[in-house]
Design a protein around this ligand. Structure first.
Ligand code: ADP
Ligand code: MG
Length: 225
C-alpha cells in the first residue's frame, strides 16, 4: 500500500534550516497497524503529514498503491487524500462552529456524496462511534473522549483505506484513551490500514509493528507476532 524510498524533508526559514527527515524508507502493507514512536521533534508528525499527502517531501519517493504521489498535481493529491485517507489528531481538530453531525458530514460534502447516502453514512458512523446522542451538540459542549469519537467518525465516514492518527489518545484520560484504541483496533480488524504516532508504549502494543524514529531516521523496527 505504501512504499517510501529515502524520503527527506527540509524546512528552511530565513534564519534556520531544519532537516526533519533524513532518508526514511519504509513499507506498509494493506491491513497493517503500524505505530511510530520517538522523542519530541524527531519527525513523527512530518512523516505522517507526508504519508497523508498533506505535505510534500523535499526529496525521495512516495508510492501510494503503486503511484508516485509526489509527482501528482496538488489537485490529484487532494482528490486521492479525500477519497482514501482519514485523519485523527491529538487536538481533535473539529470545527467549533459546526455540530457533531455537520463535522462528520463534511468529508462527504467534499466528495459530493448524494444527500440520502450522506445521511445514511453519517448516521452509521455516529452510531458506530457511540456519539449519535450528541449529534446536535457543538464540540465545545463535549468531553474530550466524545470529541475524539466525533473526530474518528469524521475520519471513517468516507470509508478510507488508510487512517493516520497523530497521538490520538494524547489528550485523553486512560478510560477514554482505551475506548479510542478499541475503536481503532476494530477498524483495523475490518481491514483498514492504520499508522499511528504515539508516545504511549501501551497503545503501541496494539500495533503489529513499531517503527522507532530518532533525529529523522528509523532506528529500529519491532514486530509483534
Ligand atoms: P514530532 O512530531 O516527532 O514531535 P515534528 O515532525 O513535528 O516532530 O518536527 C520535526 C522537526 O521539524 C522539528 O525540529 C520541528 O521543529 C521541525 N518542523 C516541523 N514542522 C516545521 C515547519 N512547518 N517549519 C519549520 N520547522 C518545522
Ligand atoms: Mg508531533
Amino acid at each position: 500500500m505504501i512504499q517510501t524510498v529515502n524520503l527527506q524533508k527540509l524546512f528552511a526559514t530565513e534564519e534556520v534550516e531544519t532537516t526533519a527527515l533524513h532518508g526514511i524508507s519504509m513499507d506498509v502493507r494493506d491491513g497493517e497497524f503500524v505505530a511510530i514512536m520517538g522523542p519530541s521533534g524527531c519527525g513523527k508528525s512530518t512523516l505522517l503529514n507526508i504519508l497523508g499527502l498533506l505535505d510534500n517531501p523535499t526529496a525521495g519517493e512516495y508510492h501510494f498503491y503503486g503511484t508516485e504521489v509526489s509527482r501528482m498535481s496538488e489537485r490529484q493529491r487532494a482528490q486521492l487524500r479525500k477519497g482514501s485517507i482519514g485523519f485523527v489528531f491529538q487536538s481533535f481538530n473539529l470545527i467549533d462552529e459546526l455540530t457533531v453531525y455537520e463535522n462528520v458530514e463534511l468529508p462527504l460534502l467534499y466528495l459530493k456524496t448524494p444527500a440520502d447516502e450522506r445521511k445514511a453514512r453519517v448516521e452509521e458512523a455516529l452510531t458506530r462511534m457511540n456519539i449519535m446522542h450528541r449529534r446536535n451538540h457543538f464540540p465545545q459542549q463535549l468531553s474530550g473522549g466524545q470529541q475524539q469519537r466525533t473526530a474518528i467518525a469524521r475520519a471513517v465516514v468516507a470509508k478510507p483505506k488508510l487512517i493516520l492518527a497523530d497521538e490520538p489518545t494524547g489528550n485523553l484520560d486512560s478510560a477514554n484513551g482505551e475506548e479510542v484504541m478499541k475503536l481503532l483496533m476494530q477498524l483495523n480488524d475490518e481491514g483498514t490500514t492504520i499508522i499511528m504516532v504515539t508516545h504511549s508504549p501501551y497503545d503501541a502494543g496494539f500495533a503489529h509493528r513499531i517503527v522507532n524514529l530518532f533525529d529523522g531516521k528509523i532506528v529500529t523496527e519491532n514486530f509483534h507476532v
